[in-house]
Design a protein around this ligand. Structure first.
Ligand SMILES: [Mn+2]
Length: 404
């Protein structure tokens, strides 16, 4: 894709300070992880047509006693299959020997929003920029296209991540009772993910009652009230690959009539949106499908007067790509048109309805927020719902939550 003389430089993040001498848990940059499989901080990979070189942290007895084993340059060829490996501190002594004069260099700041992003945490990012400025080209568009189509191993990881998170959602339904707090239910996810040697792929949303109408609610500390719904948006990652699942259910185990009306509407929009997914179909089709069903339904229930009001109740898109990043790379548009689905893509399907207090709306609907989100793999013939183990039919949920 890049031409004979091109060189690719990909770097990962440094550890980030949390407070004092405590750092945040380290998570590699997604492009770097994808291309190298190497999970240590402070590393740079250099690829050309005939070589793959890794710059990484040197072995250091004291630091390894305190903070953990480092791979080091000596073992890197055997473990990472690189041709050569060097201490990262020597990156600028060596880099000229791997780049031909005037050749294009493809590079992006790790974890940043693009190749010109100087906020990156990698220790060498700024110097790479000043050294090669005029020769740098963005690598992201190429790697994004590759990451958009998942291979067998990636799909296996994503299925595992979806299974683990689905189990946690089921556990949360079984644990929820009025009088507990949102953080008690959040801990069900912490525990299940940790038990599965996994971690959250994003901060979970555990939103009871009208908190569900705050889209990125993460306080997760209010009391669960009898008669309210609980919306949970939580997923985990396996070998870096994310799941992203939302379920909404009644805290006391039984939907009331108004909740049932809204839930049924979101569920039918979600199921139709999923059904529309297969190779060759526009990637905007699920959103169009969901918007149409929700619009018709809300007008029929008297909550909405005209289709223009939809964004008051449904203000986000119906899906996003899913992979190493929870909002994964890959543009939705190609030459100004929505890209078509292809086998191997993974998208979320997550319509919702959020009804805040409003004098023009029947009070029985106030504070109802429902979102149902699944992770959907595009297959040769249609699609496969990776998160299908997480119950979403009303009778299934009420059955799971019945406590006779
Ligand atoms: Mn999502």
């Amino acid at each position: 894709m890049l031409g004979h003389d091109a060189v690719v430089i990909v770097s990962t993040n440094s550890e980030q300070k949390r407070n004092s001498d405590v750092t945040y848990p380290f998570r590699p940059d997604s492009n770097f992880w994808y291309l190298t499989g190497f999970i240590e901080p402070d590393a740079i990979a250099v690829f050309s047509k005939d070589s793959y070189v890794m710059f990484l942290r040197p072995k250091d007895e004291t630091k390894e006693i305190w903070n953990g084993i480092r791979l080091g340059a000596e073992l890197a060829p055997e473990i990472l299959l690189v041709n050569q490996a060097y201490d990262i501190d020597t990156f600028f002594d060596h880099i000229d020997s791997f780049t031909k004069k005037g050749s294009a260099i493809y590079y992006d700041a790790p974890g940043g929003s693009g190749w010109k992003d100087h906020s990156s945490t990698n220790i060498h990012n700024k110097r790479i920029h000043s050294l090669f400025e005029s020769r740098l080209k963005p690598l992201n568009p190429f790697v994004s296209e590759m990451r958009l189509i998942k291979d067998k191993e990636e799909i296996k990881n994503m299925q595992d991540a979806a299974d683990l998170a689905s189990e946690a959602h089921i556990n949360a339904m079984k644990e929820s009772i009025p009088g507990l707090f949102e953080h008690n239910i959040a801990s069900v996810f912490d525990s299940h993910f940790r038990n599965g040697n996994s971690e959250h792929s994003y901060p979970p949303i555990v939103a009871s009652g009208e908190n569900a109408c705050i889209l990125h609610y993460t306080e997760n500390n209010k009391e669960l009230k009898n008669g309210d719904l609980l919306l949970i948006d939580a997923g985990c990652e396996i070998n870096g690959y994310a799941s992203d699942i939302t379920r909404t259910f009644p805290i006391n185990g039984k939907f009331n009539d108004a909740q049932r009306e809204i839930y049924d509407l979101v569920l039918s929009a979600q199921k139709s949106a999923i059904q529309s997914i297969r190779p060759g179909v526009s990637s905007n089709k699920p959103h169009e499908t969901a918007c149409q069903i929700i619009t018709d339904g809300l007008i029929k229930l008297g909550i909405m007067k005209s289709p223009e009001d939809l964004t008051k109740f449904y203000m986000h898109n119906t899906g996003h790509w899913l992979g190493l990043d929870v909002h994964d790379v890959g543009s939705k548009l190609v030459n100004g048109e929505f890209r078509e689905f292809k086998s191997g893509m993974v998208t979320t399907v997550e319509p919702g309805i959020y009804i805040r207090r409003d004098d023009k709306i029947d009070p029985k609907y106030w504070g109802i927020g429902v979102r149902i989100e699944d992770d959907v793999l595009v297959t040769d013939k249609g699609n496969h719902v990776l998160s299908q183990k997480a119950a979403k039919e009303i009778n299934e949920i009420e059955q799971l939550m019945s406590r006779q």
